[in-house]
Design a protein around this ligand. Structure first.
Ligand SMILES: NC(=O)c1ccc[n+]([C@@H]2O[C@H](COP(=O)([O-])OP(=O)(O)OC[C@H]3O[C@@H](n4cnc5c(N)ncnc54)[C@H](O)[C@@H]3O)[C@@H](O)[C@H]2O)c1
Length: 367
């Protein structure tokens, strides 16, 4: 961590962010949810999807008029176990939290519950929603579409979003099983983080129109929005390392997120219309599975924990210090950060200074 970093307590960051959201017209209840989802990411070290996106994604879009600060949460179609929601280009975190709550309530009654959403907006780090199910003794799953950035295997044109498919399961360990990642080798948030740190991209993440790797972080961020650069799918370039499996999974996410809810998909999510910034109206899916509809919850948690423990205790590669299981690193980051808060580097400090000024907030910044 560089010495220009200032740590700011989570509760104080939250108070500031909520006030900023409210200043741009987000109702208090929604502002609270949006703030909580963003800070939850920083608590676990998912800095690519935390407060670093507060201004550049959410506030800037509201200021540009491409995202509505007040959500109209419409239930379009509902059955005892399913629901289709239209978010009408409102606040993605709030829409998603309510959609997951509905899936959980249905699962609590009938064993399974699923919500799909159309016309939502960026919902942040996906783990937040499966974690809600985990806290109720359920398995949780979510998918979301995103602005096109992954090229299909043998292609160079960004077509599919980074499209995470995130699963969470309760465990008898101190942290749940949480497999939370994009279906690309990397994702835009991490490239933005590299940009904030002034670092070049490594091989394997991004290809140019010639199909070769690119390393010029800042320009890649521009070119990704202009169809001139593309992310590689999980597995990487070509077929040797099975990039087509990541490509297939990204398609599963696009289909689950858009076809059931009849949401926009792929190129309709570019955020540009007639050369001008336009809304990016995304689709999501949320699934909740009540463990007790299948087996004893304690027995399930024990088995999740046991599988994780056995994997971590298995033989290590020469030189490797440790085997991890999904969800573990985030738990350890939280142990480190819980009393410190969010690390603010210079670009993040500047973003918050700009919000304070533009929203005319009386709050004191610690930098
Ligand atoms: N909303 C969107 O449009 C969108 C799009 C893409 C990604 N995201 C979010 O971005 C965040 C980061 O995504 P990412 O693709 O960069 O994730 P990542 O590559 O950082 O992987 C993180 C996941 O891998 C696990 N993990 C890490 N090292 C491991 C190891 N050695 N062994 C076992 N498990 C390990 C972690 O516990 C975690 O579940 C996620 O929260 C994701 O939901 C959101």
């Amino acid at each position: 961590m560089d010495d220009t970093v200032t740590w700011w307590k989570f509760e104080e960051v939250a108070t500031f962010m909520k006030a900023g959201f409210e200043a741009v017209g987000v109702p208090s209840e929604e502002a609270e949810v949006c703030t909580d989802v963003l800070i939850a990411a920083d608590k676990r070290g998912v800095d690519s999807h935390g407060v670093g996106r507060y201004k550049p994604i959410y506030l800037d879009r509201i200021w540009a008029g491409t995202q509505l600060p007040k959500t109209n949460f419409e239930i379009v179609k509902e059955s005892p176990t399913t629901v289709v929601i239209d978010g009408h280009n409102g606040m993605g975190h709030y829409i998603s939290k309510r959609a997951m709550e509905m899936a959980i309530e249905k699962a609590d009654k009938y064993g399974l519950g699923m919500a799909v959403v159309r016309n939502s907006t960026h919902y942040g780090a996906a783990f937040y929603y499966p974690n809600m199910a985990v806290e109720r003794g359920m398995i949780g799953m979510t998918t979301t579409s995103a602005r096109p950035s992954i090229a299909p295997t043998w292609g160079v044109e960004p077509m599919l979003g980074t499209n995470p498919m995130t699963w969470g399961m309760p465990s008898d360990e101190a942290f749940p099983f949480m497999a939370d990642y994009a279906t690309s080798v990397t994702q835009r948030g991490k490239i933005e983080l590299y940009d904030r740190l002034g670092k070049d991209l490594p091989d394997g993440w991004v290809i140019g129109e010639d199909g070769k790797y690119r390393h010029d972080t800042h320009q890649v961020l521009v070119d990704l929005t202009k169809d001139k650069a593309a992310l590689t799918p999980l597995g990487g370039l070509g077929e040797d390392l099975a990039g087509y499996k990541g490509y297939g999974n990204a398609m599963v996410v696009e289909l689950l997120s858009s076809a059931l809810s009849q949401a926009n998909f792929m190129k309709a999510l570019m955020g540009v219309k007639d050369g001008k910034p336009a809304p990016i109206e995304l689709g999501h899916s949320f699934l909740a599975i009540k463990v007790e509809a299948f087996c004893d919850l304690a027995a399930f948690k024990h088995q999740v924990g046991e599988i994780s423990r056995q994997l971590r205790a298995s033989r290590k590669a020469p030189g490797a210090k440790r085997i991890w299981t999904p969800g573990e690193k985030e738990y350890e980051v939280y142990q480190y950060r819980k009393d410190k808060g969010v690390p603010f580097n210079e670009p993040l400090k500047n973003a918050f200074r700009a919000v304070k000024e533009r929203c005319n907030l009386p709050h004191k910044l610690p930098f």
